[in-house]
Design a protein around this ligand. Structure first.
Ligand code: 13P
Length: 253
């Protein structure tokens, strides 16, 4: 059985003191191992990568990621961070194509494809985010839209490369303060479509968007969902630990 991935991106949040407090608390709570069958992950801002790595230690059961990375290894790309730099700072995951980056920073299907390839080239796990907006959903095009985003980003990968990719389906209408959580019913079809296209061929199919302590168990119960990618709820450590407990209980059946 594949692990349940339960993780968070802090987005543009947390000072170093706040990052230290969250990470120290997590290390104290988990000790040397994650709950059985659970793969925790945390994706801080770049500024906190080395700090979080130092506190987690080298052999942590918690994977550490960055929220973006450039596709080139080095060069004249002011303001960007490369995959080798992220790896050097201790990252194991690279988040790619979050809708906030597509909307505000010009991320395209082509740049997601280049970034997935760069992450794989350097031995990091690409966490590819896909998701449609409210209009596409209203028109009934959700599954076709996300399959096209995924196919574009994963174009040309062989089976071994694909098996290292994690996909997070995060409908834009479900994310953040203005979003509302997707219902179990709304998620069945997109996850069935993703499972048919990628299912066992990728490392995980995650759901993200207004995950909270009340809906996490139901979301984990959706067929083909193998994890949760969480924003606001997980920024408070106690609630992230509770999400891990919910996932552990779900895994235990
Ligand atoms: P929220 O859980 O705050 O809606 O954010 C989800 C998200 O965008 C994770 O990447």
């Amino acid at each position: 059985m594949t692990d349940l991935w339960i993780g968070t991106s802090w987005k543009m949040n947390k000072t170093l003191d706040e990052a230290r407090a969250w990470t120290t608390g997590l290390v104290d709570a988990l000790g040397d191992s994650a709950p059985a069958g659970i793969q925790p992950f945390v994706i801080p801002s770049f500024t906190a990568t080395t700090t979080v790595r130092a506190l987690l230690g080298q052999d942590s059961p918690v994977l550490l990621g960055v929220q973006n990375a450039h596709w080139e290894d080095a060069g004249a790309w002011t303001g960007e961070v490369s995959v080798p730099q992220a790896k050097d700072a201790g990252a194991q995951l690279v988040e790619i194509g979050h809708s906030e980056r597509r909307e505000h920073f010009g991320e395209t299907v082509e740049t997601t494809r280049l970034k997935v390839a760069a992450a794989l080239r350097h031995g990091l796990t690409p966490l590819l985010c896909i998701g449609e907006d409210a209009q596409v959903k209203a028109e009934g095009g959700s599954s076709a839209f996300i399959l096209e985003q995924a196919a574009g980003a994963l174009d040309g990968l062989d089976a071994a490369e694909l098996s290292r990719v994690v996909i997070a389906y995060e409908p834009i209408w479900a994310i953040g303060e203005k979003g509302r959580p997707a219902t179990v019913e709304e998620l069945r079809e997109p996850f069935a479509a993703l499972a048919e296209a990628y299912g066992d061929r990728v490392a995980g199919l995650l759901y993200g968007g207004s995950v909270n302590l009340d809906n996490a168990a139901d979301l984990l119960g959706i067929e083909h969902v193998t994890g949760l990618f969480v924003g606001r709820t997980a920024w408070k450590l106690e609630d992230y630990l509770e999400l891990l407990r919910i996932a552990e209980a779900h895994r235990a059946g």
